[in-house]
Design a protein. Structure first.
Length: 311
Protein backbone atom coordinates (compact mmCIF):
# COMPACT_ATOMS: atom_id res chain seq x y z
CA UNK A 1 0.00 0.00 0.00
CA UNK A 2 1.38 3.38 -0.99
CA UNK A 3 1.63 6.27 1.46
CA UNK A 4 -1.03 8.13 -0.51
CA UNK A 5 -3.42 5.17 -0.25
CA UNK A 6 -2.69 4.84 3.47
CA UNK A 7 -3.45 8.52 4.09
CA UNK A 8 -6.62 8.22 2.02
CA UNK A 9 -7.77 5.21 4.05
CA UNK A 10 -7.20 7.09 7.32
CA UNK A 11 -9.03 10.12 5.94
CA UNK A 12 -12.05 8.07 4.92
CA UNK A 13 -11.92 6.08 8.14
CA UNK A 14 -12.07 9.15 10.38
CA UNK A 15 -14.82 10.63 8.24
CA UNK A 16 -17.01 7.54 8.37
CA UNK A 17 -16.38 7.19 12.09
CA UNK A 18 -18.77 10.16 12.38
CA UNK A 19 -21.35 8.08 10.54
CA UNK A 20 -20.62 5.16 12.86
CA UNK A 21 -21.13 7.42 15.89
CA UNK A 22 -24.50 8.47 14.51
CA UNK A 23 -25.44 4.84 13.90
CA UNK A 24 -24.29 4.01 17.43
CA UNK A 25 -26.72 6.56 18.88
CA UNK A 26 -29.71 5.26 16.90
CA UNK A 27 -29.00 1.52 16.78
CA UNK A 28 -27.20 0.83 20.04
CA UNK A 29 -28.27 3.55 22.46
CA UNK A 30 -31.81 4.21 21.24
CA UNK A 31 -32.52 0.76 19.69
CA UNK A 32 -34.03 2.50 16.65
CA UNK A 33 -33.16 0.84 13.29
CA UNK A 34 -32.84 4.01 11.22
CA UNK A 35 -32.40 3.96 7.45
CA UNK A 36 -32.64 7.74 7.22
CA UNK A 37 -28.84 7.66 7.23
CA UNK A 38 -28.68 6.91 3.50
CA UNK A 39 -30.56 10.16 2.90
CA UNK A 40 -29.17 12.43 5.62
CA UNK A 41 -25.58 11.81 4.46
CA UNK A 42 -26.15 13.31 0.98
CA UNK A 43 -28.44 15.92 2.58
CA UNK A 44 -25.49 17.22 4.60
CA UNK A 45 -23.39 17.25 1.45
CA UNK A 46 -26.10 19.08 -0.51
CA UNK A 47 -26.74 21.73 2.14
CA UNK A 48 -23.04 22.28 2.83
CA UNK A 49 -22.08 22.49 -0.84
CA UNK A 50 -24.98 24.78 -1.74
CA UNK A 51 -24.13 27.12 1.13
CA UNK A 52 -20.44 27.21 0.18
CA UNK A 53 -21.24 27.92 -3.48
CA UNK A 54 -23.42 30.82 -2.35
CA UNK A 55 -20.56 32.39 -0.40
CA UNK A 56 -21.33 31.15 3.11
CA UNK A 57 -18.37 30.59 5.42
CA UNK A 58 -17.42 26.88 5.21
CA UNK A 59 -17.66 26.36 8.99
CA UNK A 60 -21.10 27.92 9.06
CA UNK A 61 -22.09 25.89 5.99
CA UNK A 62 -20.98 22.71 7.75
CA UNK A 63 -22.97 23.67 10.86
CA UNK A 64 -26.05 24.29 8.70
CA UNK A 65 -25.59 20.84 7.17
CA UNK A 66 -25.52 19.25 10.63
CA UNK A 67 -28.65 21.17 11.60
CA UNK A 68 -30.44 19.95 8.47
CA UNK A 69 -29.59 16.39 9.46
CA UNK A 70 -31.01 16.98 12.93
CA UNK A 71 -34.22 18.30 11.36
CA UNK A 72 -34.60 15.19 9.24
CA UNK A 73 -33.98 13.01 12.29
CA UNK A 74 -36.82 14.83 14.04
CA UNK A 75 -39.11 14.15 11.06
CA UNK A 76 -38.31 10.43 11.16
CA UNK A 77 -38.96 10.42 14.90
CA UNK A 78 -42.24 12.27 14.30
CA UNK A 79 -43.41 9.60 11.85
CA UNK A 80 -42.59 6.92 14.38
CA UNK A 81 -43.83 8.55 17.59
CA UNK A 82 -46.75 10.69 16.50
CA UNK A 83 -48.11 8.68 13.58
CA UNK A 84 -47.19 5.21 14.90
CA UNK A 85 -45.30 4.20 11.77
CA UNK A 86 -42.85 1.41 12.59
CA UNK A 87 -39.26 2.55 12.95
CA UNK A 88 -37.86 0.81 9.88
CA UNK A 89 -40.59 2.12 7.57
CA UNK A 90 -40.31 5.65 8.99
CA UNK A 91 -36.61 5.68 8.11
CA UNK A 92 -37.28 4.34 4.63
CA UNK A 93 -39.90 7.01 3.97
CA UNK A 94 -37.52 9.77 5.04
CA UNK A 95 -34.69 8.30 2.97
CA UNK A 96 -36.85 8.12 -0.17
CA UNK A 97 -38.19 11.65 0.31
CA UNK A 98 -34.69 13.04 0.82
CA UNK A 99 -33.62 11.96 -2.67
CA UNK A 100 -36.02 14.51 -4.17
CA UNK A 101 -35.28 17.08 -1.49
CA UNK A 102 -31.55 16.87 -2.15
CA UNK A 103 -32.17 17.40 -5.86
CA UNK A 104 -34.23 20.46 -5.01
CA UNK A 105 -31.52 21.87 -2.74
CA UNK A 106 -28.72 21.49 -5.29
CA UNK A 107 -30.87 22.12 -8.36
CA UNK A 108 -29.01 19.34 -10.18
CA UNK A 109 -27.78 15.77 -9.55
CA UNK A 110 -24.33 16.97 -8.48
CA UNK A 111 -22.84 20.28 -7.40
CA UNK A 112 -19.08 20.91 -7.70
CA UNK A 113 -17.33 23.15 -5.18
CA UNK A 114 -13.86 23.13 -6.75
CA UNK A 115 -12.04 26.37 -6.11
CA UNK A 116 -14.23 27.26 -3.14
CA UNK A 117 -12.85 27.63 0.37
CA UNK A 118 -13.54 24.62 2.62
CA UNK A 119 -12.95 23.88 6.30
CA UNK A 120 -9.83 21.99 5.24
CA UNK A 121 -8.44 25.02 3.46
CA UNK A 122 -8.99 27.05 6.62
CA UNK A 123 -7.30 24.36 8.69
CA UNK A 124 -4.38 24.33 6.25
CA UNK A 125 -3.81 28.01 7.01
CA UNK A 126 -2.62 26.99 10.49
CA UNK A 127 0.42 25.21 9.09
CA UNK A 128 1.86 23.17 6.25
CA UNK A 129 0.48 19.70 6.93
CA UNK A 130 0.93 18.51 3.36
CA UNK A 131 -0.58 15.10 2.64
CA UNK A 132 -1.91 14.80 6.20
CA UNK A 133 -3.97 18.00 6.27
CA UNK A 134 -7.34 16.34 5.77
CA UNK A 135 -6.42 13.37 7.95
CA UNK A 136 -5.54 15.57 10.93
CA UNK A 137 -8.59 17.78 10.50
CA UNK A 138 -10.98 14.82 10.26
CA UNK A 139 -9.28 13.13 13.23
CA UNK A 140 -9.98 16.25 15.29
CA UNK A 141 -13.63 16.26 14.20
CA UNK A 142 -14.02 12.55 15.02
CA UNK A 143 -12.29 12.72 18.41
CA UNK A 144 -14.22 15.84 19.40
CA UNK A 145 -17.52 14.17 18.47
CA UNK A 146 -16.56 11.05 20.44
CA UNK A 147 -15.68 13.04 23.56
CA UNK A 148 -18.86 15.11 23.35
CA UNK A 149 -21.00 11.97 23.08
CA UNK A 150 -19.15 10.37 26.01
CA UNK A 151 -19.87 13.45 28.11
CA UNK A 152 -23.49 13.69 26.99
CA UNK A 153 -24.31 10.06 27.78
CA UNK A 154 -23.20 10.65 31.39
CA UNK A 155 -25.55 13.59 31.91
CA UNK A 156 -29.09 13.26 33.28
CA UNK A 157 -30.58 13.47 29.80
CA UNK A 158 -28.01 11.03 28.45
CA UNK A 159 -28.84 8.51 31.16
CA UNK A 160 -32.52 8.90 30.35
CA UNK A 161 -31.77 8.35 26.66
CA UNK A 162 -29.86 5.16 27.43
CA UNK A 163 -32.58 3.90 29.75
CA UNK A 164 -35.26 4.58 27.14
CA UNK A 165 -33.34 2.59 24.56
CA UNK A 166 -32.62 -0.33 26.89
CA UNK A 167 -36.15 -0.79 28.25
CA UNK A 168 -38.82 1.81 27.40
CA UNK A 169 -41.38 0.44 29.89
CA UNK A 170 -38.94 0.52 32.77
CA UNK A 171 -37.72 3.97 31.78
CA UNK A 172 -41.26 5.34 31.60
CA UNK A 173 -41.99 3.91 35.04
CA UNK A 174 -39.06 5.94 36.35
CA UNK A 175 -40.42 9.17 34.86
CA UNK A 176 -38.52 9.23 31.57
CA UNK A 177 -40.35 10.68 28.55
CA UNK A 178 -39.63 8.04 25.89
CA UNK A 179 -41.04 10.12 23.04
CA UNK A 180 -38.77 13.05 23.87
CA UNK A 181 -35.79 10.70 24.03
CA UNK A 182 -36.56 9.34 20.56
CA UNK A 183 -36.73 12.86 19.15
CA UNK A 184 -33.46 13.82 20.81
CA UNK A 185 -31.57 10.65 19.87
CA UNK A 186 -32.67 10.74 16.24
CA UNK A 187 -31.73 14.42 15.94
CA UNK A 188 -28.22 13.78 17.30
CA UNK A 189 -27.73 10.68 15.17
CA UNK A 190 -28.64 12.29 11.86
CA UNK A 191 -26.82 15.51 12.70
CA UNK A 192 -23.59 13.50 12.98
CA UNK A 193 -24.30 11.72 9.69
CA UNK A 194 -25.10 14.98 7.89
CA UNK A 195 -21.92 16.50 9.32
CA UNK A 196 -19.98 13.60 7.81
CA UNK A 197 -21.74 14.18 4.48
CA UNK A 198 -20.81 17.86 4.43
CA UNK A 199 -17.17 17.07 5.22
CA UNK A 200 -17.13 14.30 2.60
CA UNK A 201 -18.35 16.69 -0.09
CA UNK A 202 -15.59 19.12 0.86
CA UNK A 203 -12.90 16.43 0.64
CA UNK A 204 -14.19 15.26 -2.73
CA UNK A 205 -14.92 18.71 -4.14
CA UNK A 206 -18.46 17.77 -5.16
CA UNK A 207 -21.82 16.87 -3.66
CA UNK A 208 -23.76 14.13 -5.43
CA UNK A 209 -27.34 13.05 -4.89
CA UNK A 210 -26.37 9.36 -4.96
CA UNK A 211 -23.38 9.56 -2.61
CA UNK A 212 -25.39 8.19 0.31
CA UNK A 213 -25.99 4.74 -1.16
CA UNK A 214 -24.68 2.12 1.28
CA UNK A 215 -23.85 4.64 4.01
CA UNK A 216 -25.85 2.74 6.62
CA UNK A 217 -24.00 -0.50 5.80
CA UNK A 218 -20.62 1.21 6.12
CA UNK A 219 -21.62 2.73 9.44
CA UNK A 220 -22.84 -0.63 10.73
CA UNK A 221 -19.66 -2.31 9.54
CA UNK A 222 -17.52 0.14 11.50
CA UNK A 223 -19.73 -0.19 14.59
CA UNK A 224 -19.80 -3.99 14.60
CA UNK A 225 -16.10 -4.37 13.82
CA UNK A 226 -15.26 -2.01 16.68
CA UNK A 227 -17.46 -3.98 19.07
CA UNK A 228 -15.91 -7.25 17.96
CA UNK A 229 -12.41 -5.90 18.55
CA UNK A 230 -12.98 -4.13 21.87
CA UNK A 231 -15.54 -6.57 23.31
CA UNK A 232 -16.91 -3.94 25.69
CA UNK A 233 -20.34 -2.31 25.54
CA UNK A 234 -19.86 0.61 27.93
CA UNK A 235 -20.48 3.97 26.19
CA UNK A 236 -16.81 4.98 26.27
CA UNK A 237 -15.77 1.78 24.52
CA UNK A 238 -18.81 1.89 22.25
CA UNK A 239 -17.84 5.28 20.84
CA UNK A 240 -14.18 4.29 20.76
CA UNK A 241 -15.17 1.19 18.81
CA UNK A 242 -16.80 3.42 16.18
CA UNK A 243 -13.46 5.15 15.53
CA UNK A 244 -11.40 1.96 15.67
CA UNK A 245 -13.87 -0.01 13.56
CA UNK A 246 -14.07 2.65 10.84
CA UNK A 247 -10.27 2.90 10.61
CA UNK A 248 -9.77 -0.88 10.55
CA UNK A 249 -12.46 -1.32 7.93
CA UNK A 250 -11.09 1.34 5.60
CA UNK A 251 -7.50 0.14 6.03
CA UNK A 252 -8.65 -3.40 5.23
CA UNK A 253 -10.44 -2.20 2.08
CA UNK A 254 -7.43 -0.14 0.99
CA UNK A 255 -5.05 -3.06 1.57
CA UNK A 256 -7.16 -5.54 -0.38
CA UNK A 257 -7.59 -3.08 -3.24
CA UNK A 258 -3.84 -2.40 -3.40
CA UNK A 259 -3.06 -6.13 -3.43
CA UNK A 260 -5.53 -6.77 -6.23
CA UNK A 261 -7.67 -9.23 -4.28
CA UNK A 262 -10.84 -7.30 -5.05
CA UNK A 263 -12.00 -4.69 -7.52
CA UNK A 264 -13.85 -1.47 -6.78
CA UNK A 265 -17.15 -3.01 -7.88
CA UNK A 266 -16.76 -5.70 -5.20
CA UNK A 267 -16.81 -3.30 -2.25
CA UNK A 268 -20.48 -3.85 -1.36
CA UNK A 269 -20.00 -7.61 -1.39
CA UNK A 270 -16.90 -7.33 0.79
CA UNK A 271 -18.73 -5.02 3.19
CA UNK A 272 -21.60 -7.51 3.55
CA UNK A 273 -19.15 -10.35 4.24
CA UNK A 274 -17.18 -8.31 6.78
CA UNK A 275 -20.34 -7.26 8.64
CA UNK A 276 -21.66 -10.83 8.72
CA UNK A 277 -18.30 -12.13 9.98
CA UNK A 278 -18.10 -9.45 12.66
CA UNK A 279 -21.64 -10.21 13.87
CA UNK A 280 -20.88 -13.93 14.08
CA UNK A 281 -17.64 -13.20 15.91
CA UNK A 282 -19.31 -10.85 18.37
CA UNK A 283 -22.02 -13.39 19.12
CA UNK A 284 -19.44 -16.07 19.70
CA UNK A 285 -17.61 -13.88 22.21
CA UNK A 286 -20.80 -13.05 24.08
CA UNK A 287 -21.01 -9.33 23.59
CA UNK A 288 -24.65 -9.29 24.68
CA UNK A 289 -25.51 -7.65 27.99
CA UNK A 290 -28.34 -8.11 30.47
CA UNK A 291 -30.62 -5.44 29.10
CA UNK A 292 -33.17 -5.61 31.90
CA UNK A 293 -30.62 -5.03 34.65
CA UNK A 294 -28.86 -2.30 32.75
CA UNK A 295 -32.15 -0.59 31.97
CA UNK A 296 -33.19 -0.60 35.63
CA UNK A 297 -29.85 0.89 36.67
CA UNK A 298 -29.94 3.64 34.05
CA UNK A 299 -33.62 4.38 34.60
CA UNK A 300 -33.19 4.68 38.36
CA UNK A 301 -30.22 7.00 37.99
CA UNK A 302 -31.96 9.14 35.37
CA UNK A 303 -35.32 9.13 37.15
CA UNK A 304 -33.71 9.86 40.49
CA UNK A 305 -31.83 12.85 39.13
CA UNK A 306 -34.90 14.15 37.31
CA UNK A 307 -37.05 13.80 40.44
CA UNK A 308 -34.38 15.48 42.56
CA UNK A 309 -34.16 18.34 40.12
CA UNK A 310 -37.95 18.78 40.08
CA UNK A 311 -38.08 18.90 43.87
Amino acid sequence: MSLFAFAGALETGFLFSLVALGVYISFRVLAFPDLTVDGSFPLGAAVGATAIVNGVDPFLATALAAMSGAAVGLITALLSVQFRIMNLLAGILSMVALFSINLRIMGRPNLPIYGRATVFDRFGELGDFGLWRNVIALALFAIAAKLLIDWFLKTEIGLALRASGENPAMAEAQGVNNAAMIYLGMAISNALVALAGALFAQTQGVADVSMGVGTIVTGLAALIIGEALLRRRAPFFGTLGCLVGALVYRLFIAATLSLGFIQAQDLNLVTAIVVAAAVILSQGRGLGIAKGGMARLLARRAGGRVNAASE
